[in-house]
Design a protein around this ligand. Structure first.
Ligand code: PHE
Length: 464
C-alpha cells in the first residue's frame, strides 16, 4: 500500500430547520410572551392564540411553565416586565459552535426536535508501508531471467515485488477441439433428421464403383455425367470386383430392354467393364441405391427412412462458389404406395424445420427419378425464387432390379451443405470455407449453427 488513511469521526450538533427558524425569530414562548400587551388590560386567550399561530401551543405551555404569563378568566396577563429568551440563545450558540456546554440543554432541544447530533468522518492520509513517488509494475511471474540477473548482491527474485495471486479471476478458456462451420451446420441437419426418425446411411467411403454411382440408378453408360470431364475415375485400382452378380444381370437387362419393369430400356449393349470402373462418388445417391438393395435383401419389407450428409466429388473448375468436392445432404423414404403428394408434403415439413417457409417445385429430369422436381425457395433478399434442391420418385427401372416389392415407392431428395453454411456464416468465397486458404481461427470463433428463420430466408441455392 503506497498510502494509508486514518478515519477521524467527530460528533457535531446541528439545528433542524425549525431550530434555525427559532434561532432567527425567537422561541415559541418568547413569540407568545411578546404578543401579550404590557400594562394591566391583558389579552383574551383566544385572540392571543390566533395571533401566535404556529407558536401558540408550545408557546403557551412554556411561557406558563416559565411563569412569564398568567391566565385569569380567559384573559392573559404579563407576570414579568421583560424576559430573556434562553432557548433562542441556546440555539444560536449551537448554530455557531456546533455544540452547547450544557448537556441537559442539548438533550431538551433534541427532544423538541430543534437540533440533532450528526457524525462527520474525515480522513487523515499518511504514507503507507510501500510509499513511493513512482509507480513500479509488480511482477506476475518468477522468470529464469530474474533468477539469473543480479541486483546489487541479491538476485532480482529476492527483491522483486510480486503481485498477489487472484484466485477469483476467471481463467483462460481451456483450448479444445472445434467443429468446422460445415460440420456445425451438418450437426444441425442431422438433428432434424434424427428428430424425424431417420437412420443415417454409412457414407464413410468416398470411392465407389460406377455400378452403384450410375448403373444401379438407371443412368445409361453413355450418359455425359460419366465422362472423365465430370467424374474423377480411380487409376489404381481401376476396377471393383465386389459387385453382386445377380443384381448386375438384372441391371444389365433393364438398361438393355427394360427387363420385367414394363420399360423399353435404353436399347444399347450394357458392358460390365464400364460398371466396374472405380470413381470418387459424384453423389450420395450411390449410397442410397446400395442401401435400398440391402433393404430389399431383408426377409420382409419394412418402411425405411434414410439420410446422409457427406462428401461428393465432381471434376469441375474451381471458382468462388464451386469446389471439386462438396457435401451433399440426401434423404430417402421407402414405403408402400407413396405418392408425389407425400414427397411434396414431406418437403414442406422438412424445409420448415430448416426455417424455410415458402417452397415451390418445378418439373425436372434425373435418369433415376420420375417425376423429378427441383425445389425452389423464396429469397427475401433477392426477391426471387432460388433453387435449393433436387428431388423425385425413384423409377421402376431402378427399384425393379433391386428387388423391392412392386407396390413399394421411394421418394428422395438431395441438397448441398456449403451454400446454407456460407450464408449462415456470411462467407462469400467458398475457398474461405474449405481448402488451404482457410483461416483456422474462424473454425474456433464461429458460433454453433441454428437453423433460424433468418437463415431460411437467405438460403439461396444448392451447390453445383
Ligand atoms: N443425386 C441428385 C444430385 O446429385 C439429388 C437427388 C437425390 C435427386 C435423390 C433426386 C433424388 O443432385
Amino acid at each position: 500500500m503506497m498510502v494509508d488513511y486514518i478515519p477521524i469521526t467527530r460528533e457535531v450538533w446541528a439545528l433542524t430547520s425549525e431550530g434555525q427558524d427559532l434561532a432567527r425569530n425567537g422561541s415559541h414562548e418568547a413569540v407568545f410572551f411578546n404578543l401579550v400587551p404590557t400594562g394591566s388590560e391583558g389579552i383574551a386567550l383566544e385572540d392571543l392564540k390566533t395571533a401566535a399561530g404556529a407558536s401558540a401551543a408550545v408557546g403557551q405551555r412554556n411561557a406558563m411553565k416559565n411563569k412569564w404569563i398568567r391566565l385569569e378568566n380567559g384573559q392573559v396577563f404579563r407576570q414579568v416586565d421583560a424576559i430573556v429568551d434562553e432557548t433562542q440563545k441556546a440555539l444560536q450558540e449551537i448554530d455557531r459552535t456546533a455544540s452547547h456546554p450544557n448537556a441537559n440543554v442539548l438533550k431538551d432541544l433534541k427532544k423538541r426536535k430543534l437540533c440533532d447530533k450528526q457524525k462527520i468522518t474525515s480522513y487523515k492520509i499518511v504514507k503507507g508501508p510501500k510509499f513511493a513517488t513512482t509507480i513500479t509494475k509488480q511482477s506476475t511471474d518468477l522468470t529464469s531471467d530474474m533468477l539469473q540477473r543480479q541486483v546489487s548482491s541479491n538476485g532480482e527474485w529476492k527483491t522483486a515485488d510480486f503481485k498477489p495471486y487472484n484466485f477469483n479471476a476467471i481463467g483462460l478458456a481451456p483450448p479444445g477441439g472445434h467443429l468446422h462451420p460445415l460440420m456445425k451446420v451438418r450437426e444441425e441437419f442431422r438433428r432434424i433428421f434424427f428428430e424425424m426418425g431417420f437412420e443415417e446411411m454409412p457414407t464413410n467411403k468416398f470411392v465407389e464403383s460406377s455400378f452403384w454411382n450410375f448403373d444401379a440408378l438407371f443412368q445409361p453408360q453413355q450418359h455425359p455425367a460419366r465422362d472423365a470431364h465430370d467424374t474423377f475415375f480411380i487409376k489404381d485400382p481401376a476396377t471393383s470386383d465386389r459387385l453382386p452378380a445377380d443384381l448386375m444381370a438384372k441391371v444389365k437387362k433393364t438398361h438393355e430392354d427394360g427387363g420385367d419393369t414394363g420399360s423399353t430400356g435404353y436399347r444399347y449393349e450394357w458392358k460390365v467393364e464400364e460398371a466396374e470402373k472405380l470413381l470418387l462418388r459424384t453423389h450420395t445417391t450411390a449410397v442410397s441405391s446400395y442401401m435400398l438393395y440391402k433393404l430389399a435383401q431383408e426377409p420382409e419389407f419394412r418402411p425405411a427412412k434414410y439420410f446422409s450428409i457427406d462428401r461428393v466429388f465432381r471434376n469441375e473448375s474451381v471458382d468462388a462458389t464451386h469446389l471439386a468436392e462438396f457435401h451433399q445432404l440426401e434423404g430417402v423414404i421407402a414405403d408402400r404406395n407413396l405418392t408425389l403428394g407425400d414427397l411434396i408434403g414431406f418437403m414442406d415439413i422438412f424445409f420448415k424445420k430448416m426455417g424455410i417457409e415458402k417452397i415451390r417445385f418445378k418439373p425436372a429430369y434425373n435418369p433415376y427419378t420420375e417425376p423429378s422436381m427441383e425445389i425452389f425457395s423464396w429469397h427475401e433478399g433477392l426477391k426471387k425464387w432460388v433453387e435449393i434442391g433436387n428431388s423425385g420418385m425413384f423409377r421402376p427401372e431402378m427399384l425393379g432390379p433391386l428387388g423391392l416389392p412392386s407396390d413399394v415407392r421411394v421418394i428422395a431428395w438431395g441438397l448441398g451443405l456449403e451454400r446454407p453454411t456460407m450464408i449462415k456464416y456470411g462467407i462469400s468465397n467458398i475457398r474461405d470455407l474449405l481448402g488451404h486458404k482457410v483461416n483456422l481461427s474462424m473454425v474456433e470463433e464461429y458460433p454453433i449453427c441454428r437453423m433460424d428463420k433468418k437463415m431460411g430466408k437467405e438460403l439461396v441455392g444448392i451447390t453445383p
